[in-house]
Design a protein around this ligand. Structure first.
Ligand code: UDP
Length: 363
């Protein structure tokens, strides 16, 4: 074990890039909550805070401060960009990094169309710099935060991992796809690599404490944070993007999955690395396998919150598909994972977070 800076010994560490963000912070808290004394590890987070709030005078972003309060455990935090090779090397020098969970990325689909260079820089250059540093330090185990976006328009439903990828329109989606291709090439070039790419469907929900949740900057793009901001009175009404799709009620259908279930999926992916001989590239869907329409989501949220969510139907949003939901058989087989939280759980936890933190972490 490496000696720690304060004279204590350091455990093997999991490096979490983008660990102050939405899925990242929920994964960090889940790993710490489920840590056993027999199997100690450190959590090291690197985040450039481009999409995470840090209070003035604080060293750590608010999400991590709260996780430390809730768990009583310490998180090592580095405020750095993953494109900064020197800063990354410094982290690998300071800690005994055993595996990496890579969330750090820009993620707004619409914005990516306006700013393709920024997206490719952050998401692809950042990922390559991370891989170079991992290789330099002999670390080859990675869990990647991917998205069902890589599939593009569904050719069949439910979508399984064999569905073609890459026929995409947004730079965001392409950046996720390109990163997966880079990972496949890496795994072909050197059998040391073991990479699990988790393709999330639609992450929603919040930690059950109501202290950790999704904190989008500005007006949310995604449905669930938009609904919850309408329910709490921060936004006047929801715009429903189209009600003329061939779905149960004409509105778009998606596979919403609780962020705590996603977090559990990452923990299970890490366990897979312990299987002797496990290597190569593996893409795995994380969803519930069930789709809900926009109006079903509105109704479920109203029931969970006791608030009304006024809405108005407007035209379709460019690039949207009618329906999308996951085939989750591979996650069950490889990770022994399935989503355990249902739609009322997702709505209840989102609402608790929104009600208790109407302005997100800045309250
Ligand atoms: N949606 C909507 N109003 C909004 C945001 C989203 O009607 O303000 C719809 C959108 O058209 C889609 C569903 O909600 O059918 C989920 O959209 P989201 O952006 O959350 O996820 P994605 O489209 O990326 O799956």
């Amino acid at each position: 074990m490496k000696p720690g800076c304060n004279g204590t010994t350091m455990h093997p560490a999991i490096l979490v890039t983008g660990g102050a963000g939405y899925v990242g912070s929920h994964t960090v808290i889940s790993l710490l909550e489920n840590q056993s004394e027999a199997d100690p590890f450190d959590i090291v987070v690197v985040d450039n805070l481009s999409n995470a709030y840090r209070a003035e005078g604080q060293k750590k972003p608010e999400a991590l401060v709260r996780i430390e309060e809730l768990t009583g455990k310490t998180i090592y935090f580095y405020h750095a960009d993953i494109r900064d090779a020197k800063a990354l090397s410094n982290i690998f020098e300071n800690h005994k990094i055993d595996s990496v969970i890579h969330f750090a990325a820009l993620k707004a689909v619409g914005e990516s169309v306006q700013k393709p260079l920024e997206y490719y820089q952050a998401n692809i250059t950042g990922t390559c710099t991370l891989f170079e540093t991992m290789r330099k330090y002999g670390v080859y185990k990675l869990v990647y935060s991917s998205s069902c976006t890589v599939y593009g328009e569904p050719q069949s439903l439910p979508m399984n991992e064999a569905h073609p990828t890459g026929d995409l329109t947004s730079p965001y989606g392409k950046s996720k796809y390109f990163c997966e291709e880079i990972m496949k090439d890496l795994c072909l070039s050197d059998q040391s690599w073991a990479i699990i790419s988790l393709r999330y469907f639609n992450p929603v929900g919040a930690h059950h404490s109501g202290r950790i949740g999704e904190d989008p900057m500005g007006i949310p793009n995604n449905l669930m944070p938009y609904i919850s901001q309408v329910a709490v009175g921060r936004l006047p009404e929801l715009q429903v993007f189209g009600n003329d799709y061939k779905t149960v009620d004409g509105t778009g259908v998606r596979d919403y999955v609780h962020v705590a279930d996603l977090a559990d999926g990452h923990a299970r992916a890490l366990k897979l690395f312990r299987q002797p001989g496990f290597n190569g590239f593996h893409a795995i869907n994380l969803g519930t396998g069930t789709g809900y329409s926009v109006l079903q989501m509105v109704k479920a949220f109203e029931e969970a919150s006791g608030r009304s969510v006024p809405y108005r139907v407007v035209g379709r949003r460019a690039g949207d598909v009618a329906a999308n939901y996951a085939d989750v058989a591979l996650a069950a087989r490889l990770l022994a994972w399935r989503a355990t939280r249902d739609l009322p759980d997702m709505c209840r936890d989102t609402w608790r977070w929104q009600r208790d933190n109407p302005k997100g972490y800045q309250a």
